[in-house]
Design a binder for this molecule. Structure first.
Ligand code: ADP
Length: 271
């Protein structure tokens, strides 16, 4: 993570080389008169795991929704893998990108939501193969092979032929993680992925994510209230308050020696 941005078109498919995979530059997002993100700048380097923490309503989920193009910024620009996501600045003005361009850039991003959002009428295998076949154009065989590997990774091989309603919430969320990874995104967005789960199911999902963080090159941007998990997987932690990053740094620094009074208050309430 850094506050400087420098990226060229050559970084379209960056390896883990420290190039910036995500760049927010002066991003402002308002809902009516509510300024949710206020002139926000931050970068995430390729291969890094960055966690967003902060009180409810401070704008964390909005950042993930901007990256998914579910909402658009009023000001500023977002780049993913060196490409503008929804707008670029030309002669000081924001110029919208085409839907087609945004869709292409968004293929670099996978997201796991709080509420799993699996297709209820499809079995586990098809939940995972549907988008790779229809969006990426993989053959059914290729997509199924990849799905089987991913189901092994998330520990659900024996549930391949079940419908989502036959699985626990934790198992459904692990299918959702496999489904996101099946698109081979460069960055995985995680939006409070355990907050809808019964407490006894949380650890299994976090273990799978820890494993992915520690054994793959994928870049992660994660909103979570699970502070031990954040400490384990993060390269950088950003503390948000009222749409701004008020403090950032390594997990050791943020969790052990926070500088900002607001960070101390927040951590003492959640730890
Ligand atoms: P966090 O993830 O930190 O809890 P959010 O990004 O979800 O915060 O929300 C930040 C603020 O934006 C909140 O005040 C929320 O009510 C508001 N907000 C989020 N989405 C919308 C929306 N679609 N319409 C209106 N207000 C919204």
């Amino acid at each position: 993570m850094s506050t400087e941005s420098s990226t060229s078109k050559e970084t379209k498919n960056p390896a883990v080389d420290g190039s910036e995979l995500i760049e927010f530059k002066d991003v402002t997002k308002r809902f009516g008169s509510n300024v949710v993100l206020d002139n926000l700048c931050f970068d995430v380097s390729s291969g890094k795991h960055v966690t967003l923490i902060g009180p409810s309503g401070s704008g964390k989920t909005t950042i993930l929704r901007l990256l998914m193009t579910l909402v658009k910024p009023e000001e500023g620009t977002i780049k993913v893998a060196g490409e503008y996501l929804t707008h670029e600045t030309k002669n000081g003005k924001l110029v919208p990108a085409s839907e087609r361009h945004s869709r292409e850039v968004r293929k670099n991003i996978g997201m796991v939501f709080q509420q799993f959002n699996l297709f209820p009428n499809m079995k586990v295998l098809r939940n995972i193969t549907e988008a790779p076949v229809h969006v990426l154009g993989l053959s059914k065989d290729e997509a199924e092979q990849r799905a089987r590997e991913l189901l092994e990774l998330v520990g659900l091989t024996e549930h391949i032929d079940k419908y989502p309603s036959q699985l626990s919430g934790g198992q459904q969320q692990r299918v959702a993680i496999a489904r996101a990874l099946a698109m081979r995104p460069q960055v995985l967005l995680l939006d409070e992925v355990t907050s809808a789960l019964d407490p006894e199911l949380v650890a299994g999902v976090l273990d799978v994510l820890r494993d992915i963080a520690h054994t793959t090159d994928i870049t992660m941007l994660c909103v979570t209230h699970e502070m031990n998990f954040a400490r384990d997987i993060s390269d950088d932690v950003l503390m948000f308050d009222e749409g701004r990053v008020i403090e950032s740094g390594s997990p050791e620094k943020i969790f052990s020696e926070p500088e900002h009074e607001r960070t101390r208050e927040f951590l003492s309430a959640v730890l």
